[in-house]
Design a protein around this ligand. Structure first.
Ligand code: HEC
Length: 146
């Protein structure tokens, strides 16, 4: 039961990342610590996305539901809202709705609906990051390229 073990590991790591973020106050004095915590948190999304694809490919609906739920929970932490870009909110609403659809489709063992919801989630990842990059570029310009 190699996969079950690694699944539990993934879930454990994700939970640890959540705890890390929950326990970190993003104070203005420690931008680098904040950055590191944020990066670790955000990178978990990649691990969970891979788990979604694995679950869909192997028709492991429980795995799909678990990972979708984890991503959904991550989207509700204030690690995002502190980013303060109003455009994220619209992206986020869409992303959460697609994760919900994915979770529901997996619950019904509806592979087509789940795969299609997964594809939408991936587009959400790409779309939101496009905005993030523009935003980061502007922040960098405002800091004078530092
Ligand atoms: C609503 C917007 C939004 C959505 C949707 C979103 N992200 Fe992100 N993501 C962000 C923001 C904001 C950051 C942090 C950027 C920063 O400050 O470095 C980030 C960072 C990341 C990083 C870390 C990059 C680094 O600096 O190492 C990864 C990896 C990532 N996201 C993957 C994903 C994946 C995979 C998905 C889809 C399952 C996803 N994200 C969906 C907004 C989003």
């Amino acid at each position: 039961m190699q996969t079950r073990t690694s699944l539990r590991l993934v879930a454990g790591v994700a939970a640890a990342a959540l705890l890390l973020v929950a326990g970190t106050s993003f104070s203005a004095e420690t931008p680098s610590a904040q950055r590191v915590a944020m990066q670790g948190f955000m990178r978990q999304k990649l691990v969970l996305s891979q788990s979604l694809l694995e679950g869909l490919s192997l028709e492991r609906y429980e795995q799909v539901q678990k990972s979708a739920l984890q991503l959904r929970k991550m989207s509700q932490t204030n690690a995002w809202s502190m980013l303060g870009n109003v455009q994220y909110q619209a992206q986020m609403t869409n992303y959460q709705a697609n994760l919900d659809a994915l979770w529901a489709a997996a619950g019904e063992h509806s592979l087509d609906a789940a795969a299609s919801a997964y594809a939408k989630v991936v587009v959400n990842c790409v779309d939101c990051h496009r905005i993030v990059r523009v935003d980061q570029h502007l922040r960098q310009v405002n800091r004078g390229g530092k």
